[in-house]
Design a protein. Structure first.
Length: 373
């Protein structure tokens, strides 16, 4: 689902294409730059034609970015990796994979297919543009789209993790040494070097070449890549630390249960007396989870009917709940909590019976202890 900062633009084959407001900044800058470009290269065009071409080209450019990211997403799905969201933001777009590939070859194909899609789009646009006059509006738009897509492919293949080129590099190192953690460390370290070079070049452009806007943009890109490379390494390091544990290792047997037939009046009295406002697990007589209820579910109910209402009437039912199995990894549990904005999850056994709960603070504590050693 779209977050508070992200907004859905379109849904394609079950993948939400979302944007945050920073996307409009780069969209506007590209349209402005294109307007100046078309004005300089096509002096015979009228102002309405120039700015219409600029706006259409900017929109088509981001359509190309979405196609680039869809190529990543569809390849990821083909290799068993769920992808639910593509996010458009100030630096372009990103396919949000829910987990890392399990094989180096999968990583390589997922990473390389995006730039290949951009090259194909670029070649098609240039080929179509050559059918008409270079100074006519439609061929001019197609020429720009063609070359910018080829540039986009080349830029993305720079070995600066987490750019596509950095992921290609990681897949090659991973395939050579068979160690995902080591390959990620090498790729992120090289990515940091590339990021610093971007920033140094940007500063040089500002103070030596006096190209303030492009220099600032290069330095900004370098700063973003540096942060992204560091975050990628930290996430990989965290996953490696948590891979030693399963949910069952940290599952707590201390949780509150409530039968589905209990009245809301009795439920609220119990939680109020105990000052325990954590979620209560609604279980049947065989300890099977059928729902979860918290005092928040009572807000919109009629207080005068609490003695008639039952827990089953207001609980969040089992089909709407996010759960984890006893054997799942802690990283999977942590990602489920983050994606669903919850701090704990019910833990189910092989027989689908409730075995306990897993809390985020407990996982974080184990992670901190593991990384401290």
């Amino acid at each position: 689902m779209p977050t508070a900062r992200n907004h859905r633009l379109i849904r394609i084959q079950g993948i939400d294409v979302e944007y945050d407001w920073s996307w409009f900044i780069i969209l506007g800058l590209i349209a402005l730059t294109l307007g100046q470009y078309f004005q300089a290269t096509n002096a015979t065009w009228g102002q309405p034609t120039i700015w219409a071409a600029a706006a259409i080209t900017a929109a088509l450019f981001f359509a190309c970015v979405v196609i680039h990211e869809l190529a990543h997403s569809f390849m990821a799905r083909a290799h068993g990796l769920p992808v639910h969201t593509i996010r458009l933001f100030i630096f372009g777009g990103v396919s949000e994979l829910t987990k890392e590939p399990e094989k180096a070859w999968s990583e390589f194909l997922i990473a390389i297919v995006g730039p290949l899609a951009s090259v194909v789009i670029g070649a098609i646009c240039i080929g179509l543009a050559r059918l008409g006059s270079a100074h006519a509006p439609i061929p001019a738009v197609l020429y720009w789209l063609g070359w910018i897509n080829i540039f986009l492919a080349g830029f993305n293949l720079i070995p600066g993790f987490p750019l596509d080129g950095g992921r290609v590099l990681r897949s090659i190192i991973w395939g050579a040494n068979g160690n995902f953690l080591s390959a990620t460390k090498w790729a992120t370290q090289i990515g940091k070097i590339v990021a610093v070079l971007f920033m140094v070049y940007g500063v040089m452009e500002i103070f030596v070449l006096r190209a303030d806007i492009s220099g600032l943009w290069m330095a900004f890109i370098g700063w973003f890549l540096l942060r992204a490379a560091d975050a990628s390494w930290r996430q990989t390091e965290a996953k490696a630390a948590l891979d030693h544990y399963a949910v069952g290792d940290l599952s707590s047997p201390f949780y509150q249960t409530v039968p589905p037939e209990e009245s809301i009046e009795d439920y609220f009295s119990a939680v109020s007396e105990e000052h325990n406002f954590r979620p209560s697990m609604v279980v049947d007589d065989q300890d099977r989870l059928i729902g979860v209820i918290t005092p928040a579910e009572l807000r919109d109910s009629d207080r005068m009917r609490w003695s008639q209402l039952r827990v089953r009437d207001l609980m969040v039912p089992r089909p709407r709940l996010v759960t984890v199995s006893w054997q799942e990894g802690l990283m999977d549990a942590l990602q489920k909590m983050a994606m669903n904005n919850v701090s704990q999850l019910p833990v189910l056994g092989e027989d689908d019976r409730l075995r306990g709960i897993i809390r985020r603070d407990r996982i974080i504590q184990v992670l901190q202890n593991s990384l401290a050693h």
